[in-house]
Design a protein around this ligand. Sequence first.
Ligand code: PMP
Length: 353
Amino acid sequence: MSLIPPSDEQGLGQGYHSPQVDVDVRLNTNESPLPPPAAWVEELQAEVGRIPFHRYPDRDATELRAAIGDLHGVEPGQVFCANGSNEVLQTLLLTYGGPGRTAAVFEPTYALHGHICRLTRTAVAEGERNDDFTLDLVEVKRVLSEHRPAVTFLCSPNNPTGRVEPRDVVAHVLELAPGLVVVDEAYGQFAAWSALSLMGEGRPVVVVRTFSKTWSMAAARLGYLVGPAELVSELEKRALPYHLDAMKQAAGRLALRHRAEMDARVAALVEERGRLAAALGEMDVDTWPSEANFILFRPRRAGGDQVWRALLDRSVLIRNCSSWPRLDGCLRVTVGTPEENSAFLAALAQALA
Ligand code: PMP
C-alpha cells in the first residue's frame, strides 16, 4: 500500500513552514516581541492549580466565550473558539467548504487559506490583486460570478502585504458574495478599522481573530471568530468534543483582564512600525503601506534571497517571500522591540551596501 495519502494529489507539497533558526533577532513570524504580562503568568499559575484535571473541560468554553463576547459587545453564542485561528479556519471549511464547493482567495494572501481548502477538498478560485496589492473589485466580481464560491476569504490587514482592505471595499464584497465572507483579522488590532463593525445577525460575514499576536500568546494556540449565532452552532457540530483544554480556556479568559496593557503595546508597535517604514523609505527598497505588525519590502537592486541571507549572517531572521508567486524578490519583517528594529535596520543597511 502506498503511504502517500490521496490528499497529496491536491499538491500539498511540503505544507506550510517558516524555518526557525537560532538567531539574536527573530522577526519572521509576526509574533509579539514581548512575553505576556508577569501578572497574567501568576494568575494563570494559580488558576491551573484549581483545575480538576481528572475531568473533561467545559465543552462550551462558557466563561472564555463570555469574556470575548464582552470584549466585542456580542453574545457568547456569537463566539467560536479553537486552537489558533488556523483551526477556526479549518472548522469553517469543514462546515461550509468540502468536495463540490469552492472558496475564493485573492492572491497574494495568507497561504493557509488555500492550504486548508486543499486539506478539506474545497476547490480554490484564485483572483488576482492590483499591482499595488489592493483588491480589484472588477476582478472580485469576476471571480464571484464565475465560481459562485461558498466561502470568500478576505484578509485585512493582508498577510504578507500588510494592506488593510477599506471598509467600503469589504462592504461591497459582502454585497457581491453568494456565500459566506470570512474576514481574517489576525492583525486587526494594528489597523484603523475592523470588519466587526459590518457584522449583524443574519449577515453572512464572520471575523476571525487570534491571541497569537497582540495577546503575546502564540504558544497557547487560541483563536476565535465572531459571527451569527446560527453559524457558530453549525461550527460546534464539526469541532471535536473538548477540543479546547481547560488551561487554554483559563489563559484566554485571564488575558482579557490585561486589555489596557495590550492596547498600550499595540500603540507602541504601531509607532515602531512608523519608524521602520520611514527608515525603509530612505533605503534602496520598495515598500507597501502596512496596517499590520509587519512590513513587506523589496530590495531594488540586490536580490531578495541574497539580502535575506546577508541578514541571517548578521543574526537577523526575517521572512523570505522572494520566491513566492507574485512576490518576486520580496521580504517581510515583523515589527519587534525598538532594539530589534534598530538591529534589523543596521544589518539591512550593511546588506544593501
Ligand atoms: N491568519 C493570518 C492572516 C495569519 O497570518 C496567521 C498567523 N500566521 C493566522 C491566521 C494563524 O494564527 P494562529 O493560528 O496562530 O491563531
